[in-house]
Write a new protein. Structure first.
Lengths: 394, 250
């Protein structure tokens, strides 16, 4: 009979367009956010802000080389504007090619100068951009050295070779090296998923399951305020049956949300195997049971919808925060120790273990055991609290 | 004990703190009787009803329903009773049919039996053609009739009707009367609380008038009226006011 209560609650939920739209839209919206954050082209895209004080053929060549780098775009600035942007905008790095750059490069006097002006550390994008510019400048310097060496060698053996011929020979050699490099670098992807997905997905999933706290917390209050609790208590179901039924309803709602998000996550990111998917859902069942029993405890002690809703929000946020849903507490710290009091912590640990490929169900005995025991104990406590606090105030 | 009497209440007490809500109440209701429970606000009727329907445990005394004690065997008591609370207790987002099937299942009926009973009782309360509509779309009178039908769907031996006609139009009220009379003819025992004296006069075989937690008079409507004059001329309201006074209650 308790299952019948859970089924009728699910039917009522499916008939409530607002509740349904919200609970379906939330996993989709979260997934879209994750897709935006982790699912795009992973290659670097950056903009190099360059001040060309030299304005020589060599500085122009360097700028072209930078612009030709994959993902790079060059913005030419005058010095005053560059300094202004560096002081008062999101621009963290400006590259200045100083006067005499071209002449020094051609002469090989080691005085060719490029300067990086940066705010703070220059940011991640700035550091990568600086590295690309260094690499382009080194390549250009290598060509200049090769040109000088060829010219010197030809002159040394009394060979009459035109300047343009020498330049063409060096350019051809550089092109050949580019096509068939002496040192080749290969990148091998070990999987489809962006690492960020695996980092954030457990927290988002556990938060989704924790909605069961709110659903369950208002279960008894709603029946009481709508005048149905007394009638339910006088059926053969009794108080224990009502509690079990409402607990199952909360568990189902929490799990349904998790199921939607996990299924969408799997379908879009392909970040875990079908076996992992099954294990993730199993962890979600236990966490949903835990969340529903927390909610039933609040349901037993609250008297109004506001009390139920707010206490559920506070309980959810505290458990999720100390449980590591939003950020990972530093190992060995106070928050790490306190986090052990939250069932969410055990679910997050289990999910992270599964997603990292380091754990399977056999290794998750502690986590699943804790979730199961907490669910059972809180369910018994909530039932007893309900009897103790009821005092005829149905 | 269980043969003649459907309900036997023996020296029932219940207090909220220092306030005695039910104070030594003793009464019996025979099987097949319609028993009226009258009293001004604060008389202890609701507390007594909650003890009868097992939501409250009495502080003292006991009540036996069909021979089962509300103290010792509340589940056994619940299996014999149907409760129509004073407040509407229906799911407005379910249809009338679904409400009846749901409560029928919770009262122990199988799926097919619950559906059959739901159809029958929808007809009995005049809602057959609206059974597939959501209860939230019903008028106040229709909701009251659905509220009554839910209490009957498992065919209990005893039904507790707590002001079942509060706030309904004369047509719905009359339909509820006819439903109660029809069920009583089939042998169902009814406990009926109301503030409408003419309802009690029309429906009840016997009436108990309570005040301040105590039974102050019990008998047939005729017996209650007789001390005040010709029972054909005296109304139950006259009796009620003479016993409970004319002072306003909380």
């Amino acid at each position: 009979m308790p299952i019948y209560i859970a089924l009728i609650e699910l039917k009522r939920y499916l008939r409530d367009p607002a509740a349904l739209a919200f609970s379906l839209a939330l996993p989709v919206a979260l997934l879209a956010l994750m897709l935006g954050a982790f699912g795009g082209d992973p290659s670097f895209r950056g903009e190099a802000s360059i001040v060309d004080l030299d304005d020589s053929a060599e500085s122009s060549q360097l700028i072209r080389m930078i612009d030709d780098e994959p993902g790079m775009k060059v913005e030419l600035l005058d010095e005053a504007k560059a300094d202004r942007l560096l002081d008062g905008s999101s621009r963290l790095l400006v590259t200045v090619i100083h006067r005499g750059y071209g002449q020094s490069l051609a002469g090989g006097d080691s005085k060719a100068r490029i300067e990086f002006r940066q705010r703070g550390s220059g940011g991640d994008e700035g550091r990568i951009t600086a590295s690309i510019i260094r690499s382009a400048a080194a390549k250009q310097a290598g060509e200049a050295i090769a040109l000088r060496e060829v010219r010197s060698a030809a002159s040394g053996v009394g060979l009459e070779v035109g300047e343009e011929e020498i330049r063409q020979a060096v350019r051809d050699a550089a092109a050949r090296e580019s096509e068939m490099p002496i040192v080749s670098v290969r990148v091998e992807d070990s999987g489809d998923a962006a690492p960020g997905f695996n980092t954030f997905f457990p927290g988002i999933l556990t938060m989704m399951v924790m909605f069961a706290v709110t659903v369950s917390a208002s279960a008894i209050v709603e029946e009481r305020q709508d005048g149905r609790l007394e009638r339910l208590l006088t059926t053969r179901l009794g108080a224990t049956g009502i509690f079990l039924g409402k607990f199952l309803a909360g568990l189902s709602r929490g799990f349904l949300q998790a199921f939607l998000l996990a299924t969408l996550g799997w379908a879009v990111f392909r970040s875990f195997t079908p076996l992992d998917y099954g294990q993730i859902l199993l962890v979600c069942v236990f966490l949903a049971a835990c969340a529903a029993s927390v909610g039933m405890t609040l349901a037993a002690i609250t008297r109004t919808r506001d009390q139920a809703n707010w206490s559920a929000v506070v309980a959810t946020m505290v458990m999720a925060t100390i449980g590591g849903s939003f950020f990972e507490p530093a190992g060995g710290g106070a928050l790490d120790a306190i986090g052990r009091l939250s069932p969410v912590r055990y679910a997050n640990d289990a999910l992270k273990g599964i997603l990292s490929g380091n754990s399977n169900l056999g290794d998750l005995g502690l986590e699943i055991g804790v979730l199961a025991v907490v669910s059972l104990v809180l369910l018994v406590v909530s039932r007893r609290l309900f009897s103790a606090l009821q005092k005829g105030a149905v | 004990m269980a043969d003649k009497w459907m309900v036997e209440a023996v020296d029932v007490h219940h207090a909220y703190g220092d306030v005695a809500a039910v104070d030594g109440v003793t009464f019996s209701i025979a099987r097949g009787e319609v028993y009226g429970l009258l009293g001004p606000n604060g008389a202890g009727k609701t507390t007594l009803i909650r003890i009868l329907n097992t939501v409250l445990q009495p502080d003292g005394g006991d009540v036996f329903i069909g021979g089962r004690s509300v103290r010792e065997d509340p589940a056994g008591v619940r299996a014999q009773i149907g409760v129509c609370p004073q407040n509407l207790s229906i799911y407005e987002d379910l249809t009338g049919m679904e409400n009846l099937v749901f409560f029928g299942r919770l009262s122990g009926l199988s799926g097919p039996d619950a559906r059959d009973a739901a159809s029958e009782f929808l007809g009995l309360v005049g809602l057959s053609d609206r059974g597939k509509d959501r209860a939230g779309a019903y008028s106040g009178g229709m909701k009251r009739r659905l509220n009554l039908a839910i209490s009957l769907v498992a065919r209990p031996e005893l039904v507790l009707l707590d002001e079942p006609t509060a706030g309904v139009d004369p047509q719905s009220r009359n339909h509820i009367f006819e439903t109660v009379e029809a069920l009583n003819e089939q042998g169902m025992t009814v406990i009926y609380t109301t503030h409408y004296m003419e309802e009690a006069d029309r429906l009840c075989d016997r009436i108990m008038i309570m005040d301040l937690g105590k039974v102050i008079r019990e008998g047939t409507p005729h017996d209650l009226k007789e001390p005040l004059g010709d029972p054909a001329e005296v109304t139950l309201e006259d009796v009620f006011l003479s016993l409970t006074g004319r002072n306003l209650r909380e």
